[in-house]
Design a protein around this ligand. Structure first.
Ligand code: SAM
Length: 259
């Protein structure tokens, strides 16, 4: 067996029950499916059994890509792409009501999530079922007010609704990682977003959380003028970044983006 590449976060899921549990979180029949980092096809196999309309696999590792390509060469609706998801034009392959699966490489999973969040065609996805390292999942799931509340949950919550589904023990993978994983089921929020460019929300949260334990009264001046601040009712500048509701971050960003 070829050795797994640590640099590509290659921990392959081998527990059949967990694989089924992930795939059964949504209905796949006749849906267009995208899978990020299919690896050796652990999730892919089970997805194909449920008869999707099509499935597109995005795998960075050239050897795994080649193996998957030959494995599925006789199945018409399977497309295997050798690409880096962080550089890939995801918009191009998103279709109405498509499904996105990924047991994500741990080292870049927050970047992948942010990339997905920045897509202006995110609304096309019906369900996103993604696996993260437990500690990152806790931050994503860190709703206001909680100790894990912060930048990634503010960003994620703007466009997505989501729930923790279950943890996955490190014994379910080969090679066995040191960490526990968590599966989260996301669905895009159905609303008209007032922030056009999520980069601004990223910038606002980066600046305000740069002094995590400090009151935001100094850092906010890097973003808004006193007259801008008056547009935000009941905004207390003596709070710490983690004490400010997500809606306030969204309002700050709306005003900042217009400037
Ligand atoms: N889905 C498989 C499974 O559950 O067994 C593999 C999961 S493994 C945690 C992550 C996979 O993502 C690996 O196959 C790895 O080669 C691939 N990968 C790593 N970085 C990637 C990137 N930037 N773009 C696409 N795939 C990537």
């Amino acid at each position: 067996m070829k050795s797994a590449k640590k640099s590509l976060g290659q921990n392959f899921l081998v527990d059949k029950n967990i694989i089924k549990k992930i795939i059964d979180l949504t209905q796949i029949k006749n849906k267009n499916v995208i899978e990020i980092g299919p690896g050796k096809g652990a999730l892919t196999e089970e997805i194909i059994l449920r008869k999707p309309k099509s499935i597109k696999l995005i795998e960075k590792d050239y050897q795994l890509y080649k193996d998957l390509k030959s494995k599925y060469s006789s199945i018409k609706n399977v497309t295997v792409l050798n690409a880096d998801i962080l550089k890939f034009n995801l918009e191009k392959i998103l279709k109405q009501d498509c499904l996105l699966f990924g047991n994500l490489p741990y080292n870049i999973s927050s970047q992948i999530l942010v990339k997905i969040l920045k897509s202006n065609r995110l609304y096309l996805i019906q369900d996103l079922i993604l696996m993260f390292q437990k500690e990152l999942a806790e931050k994503i799931l860190g709703f206001y007010p909680s100790k894990n509340y912060g930048r990634i949950s503010i960003l994620s919550n703007y466009k997505l609704s989501y729930k923790k589904k279950f943890n996955v023990s490190n014994n379910c993978f080969i090679p066995k990682p040191k960490i526990t994983s968590t599966v989260i089921h996301f669905q895009p929020k159905d609303k008209n977003f007032k922030i056009n460019n999520i980069d601004y929300l990223e910038k606002v949260t980066n600046i305000l959380f740069s002094g995590k334990r400090k009151m935001i009264n100094k850092n906010i001046k890097k973003l808004l003028s006193n007259s801008d601040l008056k547009k935000i009712p009941n905004f207390n500048l003596n709070l710490r970044p983690s004490e400010i509701r997500p809606e306030i971050y969204y309002k700050i960003t709306e005003i900042y983006e217009k400037k």
